[in-house]
Design a binder for this molecule. Structure first.
Ligand code: FAD
Length: 262
């Protein structure tokens, strides 16, 4: 884990309220693994005091990128950063996706900005090893879909659901995933990985369990220190408490006590 003053290389809007920021940080770029995150101070001033966590979305040479949605004070400040400004970064943090060599096929389920760690996973792991990847992408509408072309560009099969039906299946991505599972297309040697809003993850975890498939989820719990000290991001696992920042953010879905989650 490194703490660096990283230079903003670009910060561009990709859809309304969502941005991709490129950061120059060779030390972090070199060691980042899919599913890990960076914890960044959006201001050098005292406020906002706490760092904000973001999944690593892309890594290219000495640069990392994050894909973020503006939801509050910190992300609003972030969205105003300009090329050349410096941001204090901690990273790479947390445990990412651990995928063993028996896995032949990845089934990815992403809701909204949950695409970020899954895109990094696809670009780094699956494509390099020539594995098959099927991506389920969900959003409110076609205008809010993220990374569809990018995933296609990596040679994956992409299935889309929008809540208003403006593109692909009409409904939630978890409903499309359930429909696909019930048609018996889940083959052995597949691994399911999901990232998105908690209700979506809960549903994907339960569907995967019913299909006896292994499922990893990447959680986006609010957190404090990001390094396992403050225990601000604790959740209940099947065998005791888990720190999302240090024991995760990627967990086997069956290790989580979903009844306890908010
Ligand atoms: C490991 C990890 C990876 C993440 N990766 C990404 C990513 O790739 N892209 C991205 O856009 N976001 C990601 N997040 C969420 C991101 O950290 C928060 O959206 C951000 O910290 C909000 O900061 P803020 O100051 O703008 O919002 P605040 O002003 O702190 O809060 C504004 C509103 O957003 C809600 N909120 C804040 N944080 C979260 C959260 N973690 N989950 C749900 N609701 C929240 C608050 O309850 C409040 O309603 C990730 C979180 C974690 C823990």
């Amino acid at each position: 884990m490194r703490q660096v003053k990283s230079e903003v290389l670009f910060n561009r809007k990709v859809i309304s309220g969502c941005f991709v920021m490129g950061l120059y940080c060779p030390e972090i770029a070199r060691s980042a693994e899919p599913g890990q995150f960076v914890h960044l101070r959006v201001e050098d001033r005292e406020e906002p005091l706490l760092r904000r966590p973001f999944s690593i979305y892309r890594v290219e040479n000495e640069k990392i990128e994050i894909l973020y949605k503006v939801v509050g004070r910190g992300t609003k400040i972030l969205s105003r950063k300009r090329r050349g400004e410096k941001i204090d970064l901690l990273g790479p943090l947390g445990k990412g996706f651990k995928i063993d060599s028996t896995v032949k096929r990845l089934i990815l389920v992403a809701g909204g900005v949950g695409v970020a760690p899954l895109y990094f996973l696809t670009s780094r792991w699956a494509i390099a090893k020539m594995r098959e990847v099927i991506v389920f992408l969900g959003a409110e509408s076609k205008e809010r879909l993220l990374c569809e072309e990018e995933f296609k560009g990596l040679g994956t099969k992409v299935k889309v659901a929008t809540e208003n039906g403006s593109r692909g299946f009409k409904g939630l991505i978890s409903d499309l995933f359930a429909k696909w599972l019930s048609s018996g297309q889940l083959l052995s040697e597949s691994l399911i990985c999901a990232c998105g809003p908690l209700p979506m993850l809960r549903k994907i975890a339960s569907l995967s369990k019913r299909s006896k498939a292994v499922c990893y989820v990447s959680l986006e719990q609010r957190m404090g220190c990001g390094i396992g000290a403050c225990r601000g991001c604790i959740i209940r696992g099947k065998n005791g408490y888990l720190r999302v920042c240090k024991d995760g953010p990627v967990f086997n879905a069956q290790d989580i006590d979903w009844n306890w989650m908010p």
